[in-house]
Write a protein that binds this ligand. Structure first.
Ligand SMILES: CC(C)(COP(=O)(O)OP(=O)(O)OC[C@H]1O[C@@H](n2cnc3c(N)ncnc32)[C@H](O)[C@@H]1OP(=O)(O)O)[C@@H](O)C(=O)NCCC(=O)NCCS
Length: 177
């Protein structure tokens, strides 16, 4: 069972005990506004349970609960790509609103990229951020991700068209040159 920690936050497997709190934290329009429409909204306890069960099927674990001071504070995961992109993964994350501004996302991105490069042997971790999401852009910049480009007008969210900022970080190991 994978568990990643830096002494301040802990990334651990989701448990069905997280169901109620996960639904409380994730049922937030301020989170939904910054992620894909795929995230259910409203986000119910049933949605939370199904998500937890899906996460627990992954071996090795790729989606983690973020724990701060013993409490569930958010979620972070890697989606491994397929075919010729199979050494790449997309990173995605959200932090519950009561925990914003504490450096938790930056630490979680740091721990998970280290795990992705070290344990999953990935070569590249990437993601896309909507143009207006300055906090997430800052998280990625603080975590050593490089802005590779802007996909102009690639996103429609809440009926408005937006650019997407595409970021990536490469495995620094010389084995992956
Ligand atoms: C974006 C999000 C993950 C940030 O989580 P967090 O734990 O608060 O992030 P951190 O505390 O590690 O870092 C946030 C940084 O953004 C900065 N920031 C916050 N709001 C900002 C804004 N409106 N403009 C510019 N910078 C901003 C903070 O000052 C901080 O940078 P600093 O350390 O240089 O001061 C969180 O707000 C969230 O979950 N939002 C909704 C879902 C989401 O956006 N997910 C990511 C999709 S790509």
């Amino acid at each position: 069972m994978a568990e990643l920690t830096n002494g301040h936050i802990r990334l651990r497997e989701f448990s069905e005990l997280d169901q109620v709190r996960l639904a409380e934290l994730c049922n937030n329009k301020k989170i939904w506004d910054n992620v894909r429409d795929l995230l259910p909204s409203p986000y119910t306890e049933q949605n939370a349970l199904e998500f937890i069960r899906l996460c627990r099927q992954d071996v090795p674990t790729t989606t983690f609960a973020i724990e701060y001071q013993g409490e569930l504070a958010g979620c972070i995961g890697l989606v491994k790509q397929t075919d010729v992109y199979r050494l790449s993964a997309e990173i995605g994350y959200w932090i519950g609103e009561p925990y914003w501004g504490l450096g938790i996302a930056t630490e979680a991105v740091g721990l998970l990229t280290e795990y992705g490069f070290g344990q999953l042997d990935l070569v590249r971790i990437f993601t896309g951020v909507f143009d207006f999401n300055k906090a997430s852009q800052r998280v990625l910049e603080k975590s050593g991700f490089k802005l590779e480009g802007v996909f102009e007008k690639s996103v429609i969210k809440n009926g408005l068209i937006h650019n997407e900022f595409r970021y990536a970080k490469l495995n620094p190991s010389p084995d992956h040159k």
